[in-house]
Design a protein around this ligand. Structure first.
Ligand code: ZN
Length: 150
């Protein structure tokens, strides 16, 4: 697997996406964090699922998967998270709800350009543990996600 450089991957995703926004960052960081966790857990990543309708999240995570594991992730509208694994061993990352609430409230309070800056700054200041809730998925749970894809 190629080096997982968050900043470089975020820049690369921004080129593909057209701008830097909080959701793009979340997608990139989620995919990077999930891939690192997989390496630590000795999981060979064969498949990935991106849940959520946000084009920003999809572009962010998609950029990472394309450059790292050459994965074409399954896209799913329901839920919000990034899952990956080899079928037998799988992990799922979800944005912690208090983080999502904070980002949503910034989005409501601020004009778009300011929201994009402040939301991004907020997310960049958080640790992986603050940002993500990580769980393991059984083979059955992972397959259910894969089969529900668009
Ligand atoms: Zn965006």
């Amino acid at each position: 697997m190629a080096e997982l450089d968050l900043e470089k991957l975020f820049d690369k995703a921004a080129v593909r996406h057209g701008h830097k926004c909080p959701s793009l960052y979340y997608g990139v960081r989620g995919a990077v964090t999930a891939l690192k966790l997989a390496v630590e857990s000795n999981i060979t990543v064969k498949q990935a699922v991106i849940q959520g309708t946000s084009k920003c999240i999809r572009d962010g995570a998609g950029t990472v998967f394309a450059t790292q594991a050459q994965l074409t992730p399954v896209l799913l509208e329901d839920g919000c998270g990034i899952s990956l694994g080899d079928g037998a061993q799988n992990i799922q990352l979800m944005l912690n709800s208090h983080v999502r609430e904070k980002v949503n409230s910034l989005n409501k309070q601020l004009p778009m350009a300011e929201f994009q800056q402040q939301g991004l700054k907020y997310l960049q200041g958080l640790s992986d543990e603050d940002l993500f809730k990580t769980i393991t998925l059984t083979e059955k749970q992972f397959n259910r996600l894969l089969n529900a894809g668009e």
